[in-house]
Design a protein around this ligand. Structure first.
Ligand SMILES: [Zn+2]
Length: 429
């Protein structure tokens, strides 16, 4: 899904994450009381329309024109916020995203430029006809709007905000959507703006979390071996007609395809290096075993790479003939392999790797992505840049699920990730 800039601006303002910079991170002050009382059952004085049947009001998350179309309770009256039904909070939000002022299925945020606090419906609790933001709240889109004659939450209300957008940040800097602060733009950030890739990016939800014939849980062989920006080439003893280490859960396969297709389409015009298909490494065996078990040589620690929810994947590289799994840095010291980067990752395509890792966050089931300790900091800052420049617009921008160890903390990421990243999903649905 592609959102327009105007929607993004709205969403960052509307639903600022609980990151607090210089005070309240753009939230209204704690003394902003509940929204001025407005009788949801009464039509606006000059609207001249008949109010809808109170027993037939819309649930939160539904498209609306007027506040009196939206269902609410005495404590949380229904309101129409820029075209989406929500509810007034019972009082000022105790903190961003608090539940105490709302029903159990909504969370409290103030909205910059508007008085008071609003209960934003949870996407997983209500049917959302707007769009889901990074916090899992249902928010208006660029296309939804409402009638300011019968809702107080349609216009921008003369919004004033101390959160940045890319208009307010000075030349040479970007707006970091995670905290609403301007950041310096990195020189390596690819120039230009993201192309429209809606048609090139395959769906993520093309499987059934409840099981059945197209189950998200089912272990399938990665197929076809090469398409959409990836390449499941034979490795670690596989042969072209025996890719026995390439079985993954269907939802994982869909996610990888989506992320490589997105990276390919979005980065096709990047000038620092051309796009090459991304090499896929070990997954699981057909019966869910650790790859190599068939040959009595399981290639991973117990508990990993079982049942198709883990995958090893190459890094995008610069100056190599392909993007197969290989070290992207110096890893030998005093003649001995250290199995981790001991120098800067010189052949790493930082920005493509960052874009790919960012797009892996399209899945709500992403558990973690593990990378080398010298790669992590580079990718992390590249992701912030990509978010600021609009290349990434998902939860990677404010809830990055990437792990790495700059020193050996015994968490399993310090060694053996200088030539690939490891992705792990939790159970679907
Ligand atoms: Zn792995």
């Amino acid at each position: 899904m592609q959102h327009s800039i105007s929607f993004l601006a709205l969403f960052f303002i509307a639903c600022s994450p609980p990151v607090s910079v210089g005070g309240n991170g753009g939230r209204q002050g704690a003394d902003a009381g509940p929204i001025a009382n407005q009788d949801a059952g009464e039509p606006a004085p000059d609207s001249g329309r008949t109010p809808p049947d109170p027993s037939n009001r819309f649930e939160p998350g539904t498209v609306c024109d007027c506040s009196d179309e939206c269902w609410g309770s005495e404590t949380n009256p229904g309101i129409c916020v820029k075209g989406i039904c929500m509810q007034e909070a019972a009082g000022a939000c105790a903190e961003s995203g608090s539940r105490g002022e709302c029903d159990e299925r909504s969370r409290c945020w103030s909205m910059e430029g508007l008085e008071g606090s609003i209960c934003w419906p949870d996407c997983d609790a209500y049917n959302c006809e707007g769009t889901c933001d990074n916090d899992g709240s249902c928010v208006p889109t660029a296309d939804t709007s409402c009638d300011s004659e019968c809702s107080d939450y349609c216009g921008n209300g003369g919004a004033t905000t101390d959160r940045c957008d890319n208009v307010t940040c000075p030349e040479g800097s970007l707006c970091n959507p995670a905290d609403g602060q301007c950041i310096e733009s990195d020189q390596g950030l690819p120039a230009g703006s993201p192309p429209n890739c809606v048609d090139e990016i395959p769906a993520l939800n093309d499987c059934d979390p409840n099981g059945g014939a197209n189950s998200c849980h089912e272990l399938i062989q990665f197929d076809p071996p090469r398409a959409q920006g990836y390449w499941d080439y034979p490795l670690n003893g596989e042969r072209e007609n025996d890719q026995y280490r390439s079985w993954a859960r269907r939802d994982l396969m869909l996610l990888i395809r989506r992320a490589t297709a997105a990276t390919k389409c979005l980065s096709e015009d990047w000038e620092h290096a051309g796009y090459q298909d991304l090499g896929l490494g070990d997954m699981s065996e057909q019966n869910g075993d650790i790859p190599g078990t068939r040959e009595n040589r399981p290639g991973h620690p117990a508990g990993t790479h079982v049942n198709g929810h883990d995958m090893d994947i190459a890094y995008y590289q610069i100056g190599q003939s392909n993007n197969w799994l290989r070290p992207v840095c110096e890893h030998v010291q005093n003649g001995e392999d250290q199995y981790h980067c001991v120098g800067q990752p010189v052949t790493l395509d930082v920005y493509r790797t960052a874009l790919f890792i960012g797009r892996l966050h399209d899945s709500p089931n992403l558990r973690v992505i593990g990378v080398d300790g010298k790669i992590g900091p580079l990718v992390r800052s590249a992701i912030v840049q990509l978010c600021g420049a609009g290349w990434l617009r998902n939860s990677a921008c404010n809830q990055l699920r990437m792990a790495y160890e700059e020193t050996d903390l015994q968490q399993g990421w310090y060694r053996f990730h200088h030539h690939h990243l490891h992705i792990s999903l939790s159970s679907p649905g």
